[in-house]
Ligand binder design. Structure first.
Ligand code: F6P
Length: 404
């Protein structure tokens, strides 16, 4: 009989998306009625050791005392994982850096009763690493340190891990994942790995349980049908932002992704105020289409003063690029990057909110909703409603909702 139980061993430096990936795998396996559990060394350390272990020297590979403590924690978790599979569990996910070859050889010796799949998470995106780090230092174990001290301490911890880090290379069953772009860089499967088809699919699928795609409130430019610019919200726009804040007050929104334009940030601010713990994260990736020489003009002015622009755009709106500006086609790459960053930073389980613009939102929507390219620039993006998307491997839900 083929063995149908599996160990998944996560590998990677801190803040590289290991836990997000582990949770995504566990939740999706559970959706398929497969018993899966995560064994996280960091969580166990925080529970078991009453003293604070957030200080950088605790991770120094030369600090014999702390190395012994960390090894003990790893061993407890490995034994727990083993017991779990001996009993009723099907997939045990070991979530830790498992950075050194030595540690992984030890795991292979100990977990010798079922196959092991190693999944290494990597990302070199500096902004993503820094933003994840800023979220990490909100853990209670950092409260005794200032923000700067916490950042320095966490960066030193990463350096210690880097000093012992060996990327996956010789492991028989290994996947190297770009965890930001949900893209597999390298894949080597030598044994029969149970559930591998499902697991592989989960790794490369974008999962969003509750994604809210919102357009900013009404602006002075909207009143005059002017495009681009950095206009602020009108009184009506501010009232729309307050209505959104009221609508979302009872939902937990830890992060609001906006563009770098005033109108999206002004829409996000009242929402943030009514939340307990919420951060606004402005991404250039979600800025509105850059209309180049036409920035600030009304559609009527473009038709009258630049008829060639008006006609060419009308003929092929998706592929048309404004002189010295952008087109839908040239927004594709940055919008995709923004979505990946927002999903990565939010993790698979909670609420995600993006507040952007008409063209930007069309491109975001088209990432989740199939539309022929020529129809994307016409997706309906009203100022007074938002889109709600829930997309998991088993279910896709797409709704337009009123908030007032
Ligand atoms: O009018 C608001 C706006 O967001 C402009 O800033 C932008 O150029 C435009 O909508 C995008 O819509 P369309 O591609 O239909 O012109």
């Amino acid at each position: 009989m083929t063995d149908h139980k599996l160990y998944i061993v996560m590998v990677g430096l801190p803040v590289r998306g290991k836990s997000v990936t582990a949770v995504k795998l566990r939740d999706n396996l559970r959706c398929d009625a497969i018993k899966a559990r995560i064994f996280n060394n960091g969580d166990l350390r925080r529970k078991m050791i009453p003293n604070n272990t957030s200080y950088a020297e605790f991770y120094d590979p030369k600090n014999k005392e702390s190395v012994a403590i960390r090894e003990k924690i790893a061993l407890i978790n490995l034994n727990r994982a083993k017991r779990y599979l001996k009993k009723s569990g099907t997939v045990a996910i070991i979530d830790a850096t498992n950075a050194s070859l030595q540690r992984r050889e030890y795991i292979e010796t100990l977990l010798n009763d079922h196959p092991i799949l190693f999944i290494e998470c990597i990302t070199d995106d500096k902004e993503i690493v820094n933003t994840s780090l800023l979220r990490k230092i909100t853990l209670p174990e950092f409260t005794h340190l200032s923000r700067e001290e916490s950042i320095a301490s966490f960066n030193q911890r990463i350096l210690y891990y880097e000093s012992i880090y060996n990327p996956l290379e010789k492991e028989k069953n290994r996947v190297i994942l770009d965890s930001l772009h949900t893209k597999i860089f390298e894949e080597e499967i030598s044994d029969e790995i149970p559930l591998y088809d499902q697991i592989r699919d989960f790794l490369v699928t974008d999962m969003v349980k509750n994604l809210h795609i919102i357009r900013h409130g009404e602006t002075y430019f909207n009143l005059e049908n002017r495009i681009g610019g950095d206009s602020g919200l009108t009184d009506n726009g501010k009232a729309q932002a307050r209505a959104l804040a009221k609508y979302f007050a009872n939902k937990d929104i830890p992060l609001i992704f906006t563009s770098q334009r005033k109108r999206t940030i002004q829409t996000a601010e009242p929402i943030k105020e009514r939340q307990r713990n919420c951060t606004i994260v402005p991404f250039a990736e979600f800025n509105e289409i850059d209309s180049g020489q036409c920035e600030g003009m009304s559609y009527k002015e473009i038709r009258e003063e630049m008829p060639q622009v008006f006609l060419s755009r009308k003929k092929d709106k998706y592929n048309y690029v404004y002189p010295e500006g952008e087109g839908y086609i040239s927004m594709e790459e940055r919008i995709e990057r923004g979505i990946k960053k927002a999903l990565y930073l939010s993790g698979p389980s909670g609420n995600i909110m993006i507040i952007a613009h008409r063209a930007a939102n069309r491109m975001i929507l088209s990432h989740f909703l199939y539309r022929r390219k020529e129809d994307v620039p016409y997706i309906y993006v009203p100022l007074d409603k938002f889109y709600y998307i829930s997309a998991t491997p088993n279910k896709k839900l797409f709704q337009q909702k009123r908030y007032q």
